[in-house]
Design a protein around this ligand. Structure first.
Ligand code: AMP
Ligand code: ZN
Length: 469
């Protein structure tokens, strides 16, 4: 499997420490709000990666953290605590908030056929490990205490690794973005390992530590969880591109200083999903969620297909027009598979060249659009229906598009049952209002339906409706 390695910016064969086994770590969500479809772009592509590795025959040991403590609004250890801010907004405790949005995250993932990693670790459950790692870094001379906090001393490293040959100093200024500087830091690129001098009087979650009551910095969780769960050598580390600096840079600094040897050989970064306003981000209060797509009548797998149609190393622009194109493509594709006859046995000899081409596309830097082309070519070919159906199911182990679920036979826009019930209720209310000659109320309901892209048609058999894609 060849993948672009952000360490070298080259397409490289993935090397594993143990033959046939990939140790894969993924930075999980910060659970202070619902994931937006930008976050989910990263998780869709990482899911395809895991499944493509499985398709190639690897066993994948995959671990994901859940950030439920320590992530401040600026990646450079300044600003407010994201979890605390979210908890105040929603009148909940930090742990209630974390629990609610962790569940919501995995619900969204399930709708997108994103497999939950075997091991998922909330940061707050590993505080002892974090303290142990910070202590070791202090003992080894890679950390110092100042103003009550513990900092990583980046000047002690032989090399403070920054992806893409950019200057850490330039980037550090970039992430600081007019937020106040921390005067305790000896070097601009130093970062917090453990906070005791909390800037937040009302910080909810605090733990005893050798440096006083406090809480961890953001980066330590991924180093500590990864080393504990996957060992001293990691094969593959994933995340969205905004994680590359400073988060991944600092993970490398901590892990290698702690272990005393190189840590992770391959870094996989997914480029951003943007919309007309630029990068879609949670902190800007992005409203583009899986639930919104469902409310508008899209099958979440249409969004999965939308992502598979382009390459993970290119930024992707979202618009409802392009999602509509994906919806049409999805409908056609599933209809085509659904129409295949269920009779007969597959001809494995005839299937083989398509399997090879499919593997080749995925092995070429996870070229998912090329993999889809192989699927389309296969469906267009003169293979028997039984062979086509078998191959569609086989490819779907990676694509995750529910190709064999019998979709696409009737409606172009399958509508979620809950939403359909809501729409039916509004239509009934509108009929009542009309009966009572309450035209204002009837019009208001029609407008409400229109805002949800529901188109009504009065027919002799009653009102018919559909959602306009
Ligand atoms: P967060 O919940 O903010 O910690 O982010 C979760 C994941 O989503 C991280 O891997 C981020 O790098 C990634 N991410 C954030 N914004 C986007 C975006 N607009 N497009 C793709 N990935 C993103
Ligand atoms: Zn991480």
């Amino acid at each position: 499997m060849k993948l672009t390695n952000t360490l070298t910016m080259k397409k490289e064969e993935l090397a594993t420490h143990e033959p046939g086994v990939v140790k894969m770590y993924t930075c999980g969500p910060t659970v202070y709000g619902r994931a937006h479809i930008g976050n989910l772009r990263s998780y869709i592509m990482e899911d395809v990666l895991e499944k493509a590795l499985g398709y190639e025959g690897y066993r994948v040991d995959r671990v994901m953290n859940i950030t439920d403590v320590g992530h401040l609004t600026s990646d450079a250890d300044t600003g407010e605590d994201k979890m605390l801010k979210g908890a105040k907004r929603e009148h909940k405790s930090v742990l209630e908030l974390a629990d609610m949005y962790t569940k919501a995250f995995f619900e969204d993932c399930a709708k997108l056929n994103i497999k939950k990693p075997d091991t998922v670790v909330p940061a707050t459950t590993r505080i002892d490990d974090f303290i142990g790692m910070v202590q070791a870094l202090l003992t080894k001379g890679y950390a110092y205490t100042a103003g009550g906090n513990v900092y990583f001393d980046t000047s002690k490293l032989e090399r403070y690794y920054v992806f893409g040959n950019q200057s850490a100093e330039d980037l550090a200024v970039g992430v600081r973005d007019s937020v106040e500087e921390d005067g305790n830091k000896r070097n601009k690129t130093d970062f917090v390992l453990w906070f005791t001098k909390s800037k937040f009087e009302d910080q909810e979650l605090k733990w005893d530590s050798p440096w006083g009551l406090g809480y961890p910095g953001w980066h330590i969780e991924c180093s500590a969880i990864s080393v504990r769960e996957l060992g001293e050598h990691l094969d593959l580390h994933c995340g969205g591109i905004d994680n590359a600096f400073p988060h991944h840079t600092n993970e490398i600094a901590q892990s290698e200083a702690y272990l005393g040897h190189p840590w992770c050989g391959h870094w996989f970064h997914v480029l951003h999903l943007n919309d007309a306003g630029g990068k879609i981000s949670k902190s800007k209060g992005a409203k583009l969620t899986v639930s919104l797509l469902e409310e508008k009548g899209y099958d979440p797998l249409v969004y999965r297909l939308f992502n598979l149609q382009s390459h993970y190393r290119k930024p992707l622009t979202f618009s409802f027009e392009s999602l509509d194109n994906a919806a049409q493509a999805y409908q056609k594709l599933t209809a085509r598979v659904t129409a295949l006859s269920k009779d007969g046995e597959p001809d494995m000899g005839a299937a083989e060249p398509y399997i090879e081409r499919f593997k080749e596309a995925l092995g070429n830097d996870l070229n998912t659009s090329q993999a889809l082309t192989v699927l389309y070519d296969m469906l267009k070919s003169d293979l028997t229906d039984a062979t086509k159906r078998w191959l569609a199911g086989d490819f779907d182990r990676v694509l995750g598009l529910d190709l064999l679920a019998g979709k696409g036979a009737e409606s172009a826009q399958p509508v979620d049952a809950g939403l359909a019930a809501e729409i039916e209720e509004l239509i009934a209310k509108r009929a009542e209002a009309r009966k009572a000659k309450d035209w204002a109320a009837a019009d208001a309901i029609r407008d409400e339906l229109a805002a949800r892209h529901v188109v009504l048609k009065d027919t002799p058999d009653g009102v018919q409706w559909h959602i306009e894609g």
